[in-house]
Design a protein around this ligand. Structure first.
Ligand SMILES: *Cc1c(COP(=O)(O)O)cnc(C)c1O
Length: 434
């Protein structure tokens, strides 16, 4: 099989897919075309990324973007909502149906503003809030110091056990009962294991806290039945729509009816102005896709692929935080491989394998130069790769890390061409076929 040398891509910008853009602004069109080529040719392993469908892309590029709609369906501050109201109602109804919740707000601009709205709805500045520490796998917006949520609130943080890499619920309970936080966040960005929402709910009940399940990473797995749902346990559910859920960049807040008013008021007028209607439409499309039987297959395939990849990496001597994975995500500690995470991540990028460097729990190195690399299977599963491909992916990672240690650029170039061959045989959704 022949293919253009991926390192010299793109050969030409993809003027066919975006003719008006190419005519109007060739410089920008060339960058978009180059990004399309890059996403087509590379093995994208960043666990928070995905490939949206052409339908989601089309919805997010519509004239709905021209419309101002401050407020909620039926109670807007602008006229002309004849079509926008039903679009938002569709998105809300589909969110309620896919996740089995009483209330959904689909307006948050992204995951971080969604979480800020939760603070606004349930806490006062200076209140104590609790979440997982960022270097342990939590998110910035769970009260970490550099975030507004850690500056305007008093963040107390739990972690995982050093020996197991798992959450220690005795530690979480002790901290919660001592600190009595207004909010307890569970969920995170680098957690390879199932989140025990029931255990968190029991602690939150004892401590008198509002439990927020931040399912940004795993929303698609939950929608597809491949991870337990927080719905019976959490007071508020926060999620992005663009990770495993495979929708546009956006977010949603979900809850029982009793919290609907507080959440809606916090999002608008508390925090935001007009909703991004083109995004709302694309969320509706993504939720429609997530309600199909094929999405269940997708979610389970994501997990099966991650498990197979973890096994293949363990067989090659990689050290995986918590010893493996239950979900879409794998966190590798590269200390035994004698390569810093950043050096490995940059080398793998040159090999056409896109990952991110990441701290591991109790990392002795600095966050900007940590010991780990975080990978995941949502994107490659969207391209139709299966468990039979995971030994090859593990082999590429192993060779790439070895080449990083040895400074062997030729080995990286060789991997890049092998990766491009497999990617060419598995076209990604949403990308033009060049
Ligand atoms: C990605 C993520 C967010 C933030 O989402 P953005 O859209 O990047 O603001 C919040 N919480 C968790 C757990 C996440 O993984």
């Amino acid at each position: 099989m022949t293919h253009p040398s991926p390192s010299s891509s793109p050969s030409s910008p993809n003027t066919l897919s975006h003719p008006a853009l190419a005519a109007q602004d060739p410089e920008l069109a060339a960058l978009v075309g180059a990004e399309e080529q890059l996403q087509a040719d590379t093995l994208r392993l960043i666990p928070s990324e995905n490939y949206v469908s052409t339908a989601v892309l089309e919805a997010s590029g519509t004239v709905l973007q021209n419309k101002y709609s401050e407020g909620y369906p039926g109670r807007r501050y602008y006229e002309g909502q004849q079509n926008i109201d039903p679009v938002e109602r569709l998105a809300v109804d589909r969110a309620k149906s896919v996740f089995g919740v009483e209330h959904a707000n689909v307006q948050p601009y992204s995951g971080s503003p969604a979480n800020l709205a939760v603070y606004l709805a349930f806490a006062e500045p200076g209140d104590t809030v609790m979440g997982m520490a960022l270097p342990m796998g939590g998110h910035l917006t769970h009260g970490w110091g550099v975030s507004a949520t850690g500056k305007w609130f008093r963040g107390v943080q739990y972690g995982v056990r050093h020996d197991t890499g798992l959450i220690d619920f005795d530690e979480v309970r002790d901290l919660a009962l001592k600190e009595r936080p207004k909010l307890i966040f569970c969920g995170g960005t680098a957690l390879p294991r199932t989140i025990d929402f029931a255990a968190f709910a029991e602690i939150a009940r004892e401590a008198g806290s509002v439990l927020v399940a931040d399912i940004a990473h795993i929303a698609g797995l939950i929608a597809g039945g491949a991870h337990p749902s927080p719905v019976p346990h959490a007071d508020v559910i926060s999620t992005t729509t663009h990770k495993t859920l495979r929708g546009p960049r956006g977010a949603m807040l979900m809850s029982r009816e009793e919290h609907a008013k507080a959440i809606d008021k916090a999002v608008f007028p508390g925090l935001q102005g007009g909703p991004h209607n083109q995004t709302t439409a694309a969320i509706a499309v993504a939720l429609h896709e997530a309600s199909q039987p094929s999405f269940r297959d997708y979610a389970h395939a994501v997990v099966a692929n991650a498990r197979a990849l973890a096994e293949a990496l363990l067989a090659r001597g990689f050290d995986l935080v918590s010893g493996g994975t239950d979900n879409h995500l794998i966190l590798m500690d590269l200390t035994p491989k004698d390569v810093p995470g950043k050096v490995a991540a940059k080398a793998l990028d040159r090999a056409g394998i896109v990952v991110n460097y990441n701290t591991v729990p109790y990392d002795p190195r600095k966050p900007f130069d940590p010991s780990g690399v975080r990978i995941g299977t949502p994107s490659l599963t969207s391209r139709g790769l299966g468990t039979q491909h995971m030994p090859t992916v593990a082999e590429w990672i192993d060779r790439g890390v070895a080449a990083a240690r040895a400074g062997d650029e030729d080995a990286l170039t060789k991997i890049r061409s092998e990766v491009a061959d497999l990617m060419a045989a598995h076209p990604a959704p949403g990308l033009p076929t060049h």
